[in-house]
Design a protein around this ligand. Structure first.
Ligand SMILES: Nc1ccn([C@@H]2O[C@H](COP(=O)(O)O)[C@@H](O)[C@H]2O)c(=O)n1
Ligand SMILES: C[C@@]1(CO)OP(=O)(O)OP(=O)(O)OC[C@H]1O
Length: 159
């Protein structure tokens, strides 16, 4: 088998705070997110896509919310750990594509920095990582600005 495909999805509710972490970038915002870790939906969705591609479960299995070790955790560390699990099995991310769903904050101005963080953590090229965003046209929980969501897809290649 030469490739594997994975997909992931994550949501965090907005709460008190003045920023959200997205792709390892501290993005100023009128709200924060409620989470056990730093609540980075971009990296959580991507981790789930990577784990899913090898049927390794999901981040809740590898980093249980009941475990204090992950309280306030930097999600880039979780991403690097997932990447190591892939590497141990002889796989690497070929490319990945992430979509953030929220009305605000605007993601576009920060997308390049997010891509750079992810590419660095996965040890792959910038052109192999896509981060984009959409509103949900004011519909649903993201449209009401109750929370933020992200979807991710990735393909794994043999190392
Ligand atoms: N949080 C967001 C949402 C959207 N964008 C950018 O705006 C474009 C238009 O969004 P629509 O939902 O109206 O299609 C979108 O294509 C993104 O480029 C953004 O940066 N941050
Ligand atoms: C990341 C973990 C770490 O405990 O907690 P949260 O920050 O709450 O995020 P979630 O997307 O619910 O994933 C579960 C956990 O693995």
């Amino acid at each position: 088998m030469t490739v594997r495909i994975g997909q992931g999805y994550d949501v965090h509710a907005f709460g008190d705070g003045d920023h959200v972490m997205l792709g390892g970038v501290r993005v100023p915002h009128a709200r924060g997110v409620l989470a056990h870790s730093d609540g980075d939906v971009v990296l959580h969705a991507l981790c789930d896509a990577m784990l899913g591609a090898l049927a390794l479960g999901d981040i809740g299995v590898h980093f249980p919310p009941s475990d204090d070790r992950w309280k306030g955790a930097d999600s880039r560390m979780l991403l690097r750990h997932c990447n190591a699990l892939l590497a141990e099995r002889g796989w690497r991310v070929g490319n990945a594509d992430v979509t953030v769903v929220c009305e605000r904050p605007k993601v576009g101005p920060h997308a390049a920095a997010m891509r750079a963080n992810i590419a660095a953590d996965l040890g792959i090229g910038l052109d192999d990582i896509s981060v984009k965003a959409t509103t949900s046209e004011r519909l649903g929980f993201t449209g009401r600005e109750e929370g933020i969501a992200a979807l991710a897809a990735c393909v794994l290649s043999r190392r």
